[in-house]
Design a protein around this ligand. Sequence first.
Ligand code: NAP
Length: 464
Amino acid sequence: MSGTYDFDLFVIGGGSAGVRTARIAATHGARVGIAEGRFWGGTCVNVGCVPKKLMVNAAEYGTWAEDAAAFGWSFGERRHDWMTLVRARDEEVGRIAAVYARMLNAAGAKTYEGRARFLGPHEIEVETPDGAQRVTAARIVIAVGGHPTRPSIPGAALGMISDDLFTLQEMPRRVLMVGAGYIGLEFGNLLHGLGAEVTVAYRQSLPLRGFDHELREAIAETLTQNGLTLLPNETPAEITERGGTKVVRFLSGKVVEADAVILATGRAPNTRGMNLEAAGLTAREGHPIPVDDDHATNVPHIYALGDVTDRVNLTPFATATGHALADTLFGNRPRKVSYENVPKAVFTTPPMSSVGLTEEEAAVRGPADIYTARFTPLRHTITKRAGRRALMKLVVEAGTGRLLGAHMLGEDSPEIMQGMAVAVVNGLTKAQLDATIGIHPTVAEEFVTLRTATRRVGDAAKAA
Ligand code: NAP
């Protein structure tokens, strides 16, 4: 069948999911084409994880320099030069994006620079700088990702979105973040660390809906201690401008002025203008593309991966599913990636990280023992810095002792959680953690020395 088409596989979108799928499929010997309309590497490399993490690092150096004084260090005047950071960050982003494009070519995939749209179930047109090019493919993967959205309120265009943060030529002094998801907290915290006055307004009573409640309480307290102003239970109603100052009015009547308003209110799939209907796809443009557990859409030879499916919108999940799909279709190694127990992190200072069930999710399923520890990491017994107390938490199935979830707010929590994820994903028990010798003195050792349960939850679920 595939001999009659230009390609065995055509991938639309050169981000985390698309590049991995194309590269692995090509390595398995498939004839692969891939189109990217904006930048190789997609959101994560260009306007997401990578430049964000470098900016988090930049912000942290400031606090580390301050903390060093408690250990006897003294430095000269403390000053941050925004453009030095911007240049260093952009150079690294450019390097990684180029590596992505090179890897595709090295694997033998044919790359197209331009936006793609469907002409039929097997036919695609790519709008390249050299004109429109038509290609046909036996199988097609849609991995076009998403983009930040603005709430539908008057004056929303006066607000910035996360992409805009990476083109700023100077740091805004007063920042209002709207939304307290990943982006609201990460960017709010890093801009505060670089010297901005930051307010985060959100419509729930706590940030990070969906995370463990106790961790949400702890992060709200931590961010406040860091010096951010949190405004819970506030929904924006309109944005206006007065002499260069942005003015946000909330439904409650509250008014906040800022030099920059950053709308971190979620993302939407990049499917507009793709002419999905021509391929027989039932998904509505601008909406997520539904897929089954094999990543197939309603058209069996067309697949969708990554943020465009709006399932687990995280880069490592996108690359893992792309790799698995390429192995399944072209590598004679059928396999699936589990949607459960995907570890995640919010890169605030300190960061928060989780894997598995929250206390609330576990309590609905049945009895679970909750182990918690709160303490000041050794370093901060000397720095006396506020906002650095760690919270570590295990959710354990009662009876079996199986680890259901691990959660942590504290320095290095994403680094620590990567190891804990191995334990949770593989169904290890609390007894197996207890049998593991800690490394002393570390923060991580708490996870193997939590002896007594703090509480039992979920007994009612069992009775019901
Ligand atoms: P998000 O995590 O879904 O958070 C969106 C926030 O905006 C929530 O606080 C939400 O409030 C609020 N919101 C939504 N619509 C609103 C409206 N009309 N008015 C006021 N507030 C509104 O989205 P995000 O922070 O934009 O990030 C997008 C996705 O990118 C994430 O879900 C994640 O998958 C990915 N991401 C991951 C990382 C990481 O892994 N570290 C970092 C950045 C982004 P409610 O809770 O009330 O809905």
